[in-house]
Design a protein around this ligand. Structure first.
Ligand code: SF4
Length: 374
């Protein structure tokens, strides 16, 4: 293990993060999907070396939990040996590319998408060392368009930074100029540089002609029977190793791959049968709840968020509900129509609020908080 990078630090496979249930780390599946055999290995190693809990992240990564320093090294070694990660921590940290989950499956993706993903991944290997959270998204439209919410966003023929975009023939070259420009800055993320300079000035600084980008599309449906794939979701993004093994078996009845999405769902191309114990109904009320790890898994959590979220799902609370164990708001950085927050005084509630904002009511019981939000 290496020392954590100081600017914009974030856990990776070789740089685990301490949490309430031990160390957690991240596994980044390949852009074209994780093969069933690799998913099975990941599940078995997460159960053997960690506590078997695997969160799905909004960057479409697996985040297994509950490791000791020694068992985290053993797990990382198994992932590298399986070809699921780079042995070099710096290289592994830089593999921060989100690609369309149905790459190679969705015939409605822009025909240049796969080539762009491959070219971007190759270009990124030669980029300077950037903050660990620095990420790239490559979108190709199709059934599940990705939001351009990354430090650099790319689509065939266009590049995006912080709400601005530019047309461009050589996207990997333009992205490389942006990465090199950003490497000379002190901000932890591109959005901070955007706040200081403006997105247009950043694009102009690397020779691009900016224009406003259209608003992000609403999150598409990624649960249930989709054209060409089955979408499943673990409740609140929390998967068990045993469930991942079941999904690996199921994937082998389809094209043999599992695809992670930034909506904390898994897609199984070509699969028909529905698994037990996972959400497959797009109208399930748990899909309208964003809950962080909370207590006891996270040492900062004031409340058991997932238990509270499970109870909230039975209350018919309208719209999106954000359940946050503390004011950091890991599960939903923006404002949410309904907020259920853990504080030193108990449960707090607010509407149209970020987790960090002062709540409207605090010191409530869970029942009273849910009543206030209903
Ligand atoms: S929001 Fe707070 S309690 Fe929840 S995971 Fe983040 S730090 Fe932990």
């Amino acid at each position: 293990m290496t020392a954590p990078a100081p600017r914009g630090w974030c856990p990776s496979l070789h740089e685990p993060m301490e949490s309430g249930d031990g160390l957690l780390l991240r596994v980044r599946p390949p852009a074209a999907g994780l093969r069933a055999a690799d998913a099975r290995l990941l599940a078995r190693m997460a159960a053997r070396h960690g506590n078997g809990r695997i969160d799905l992240t909004q960057r479409a990564n697996f985040q297994p939990r509950g490791f000791s320093p020694a068992s985290a090294r053993a797990f990382a070694g198994a992932m590298v040996a399986a070809g699921l990660a780079a042995a070099d921590p710096v290289v592994e940290r830089g593999r921060n590319l989100l690609a369309p989950p149905l790459l190679g499956v969705d015939a409605t993706l822009h025909p240049g998408t796969a080539a762009l993903v491959a070219a971007m991944a190759a270009a990124m290997r030669a980029w300077p060392v950037l903050p660990a959270k620095f990420g790239v998204v490559v979108d190709g439209g199709g059934l599940l368009p990705l939001p351009m919410q990354a430090d650099i966003g790319a689509r065939p023929g266009e590049i995006h930074v912080g709400g601005a975009m530019a047309s461009c023939d050589d996207i990997p070259a333009a992205a490389t100029r942006l990465a090199q420009w950003f490497a000379g800055r002190s901000e932890p993320r591109m959005r901070h540089a955007v706040t200081v300079l403006g997105a247009g000035a950043i694009l102009r600084a690397v020779g691009l002609a900016p224009r406003p980008a259209p608003p992000a599309p609403p999150a598409p449906r990624s649960v249930g029977r989709l054209p060409g794939a089955l979408g499943v979701a673990p409740a609140f993004g929390a998967l068990e190793a045993a469930q991942l093994e079941i999904l690996a078996d199921l994937a082998e009845t389809g094209d043999g791959t599992l695809r992670l999405t930034p909506w904390r769902t898994l897609l199984l191309p070509g699969v028909i049968a529905l698994p037990e114990g996972l959400i497959t109904d797009a109208d399930d009320p748990r899909l309208r709840i964003r809950a962080c790890t909370g207590a006891p898994g996270c040492a900062s959590g004031w409340i058991e968020t997932r238990a509270a979220a499970a109870q909230a799902a039975t209350h018919g609370i309208p719209g999106l509900l954000h359940v946050s164990g503390c004011g950091k708001g890991c599960a939903h950085p923006g404002p949410a129509p309904r907020l259920l927050l853990g504080t030193a005084r108990g449960f707090a509630v607010a509407r149209d609020a970020r987790a960090a904002a002062p709540p409207e009511q605090d010191g409530l019981t869970l029942d009273a908080a849910l009543e206030a939000l209903s």
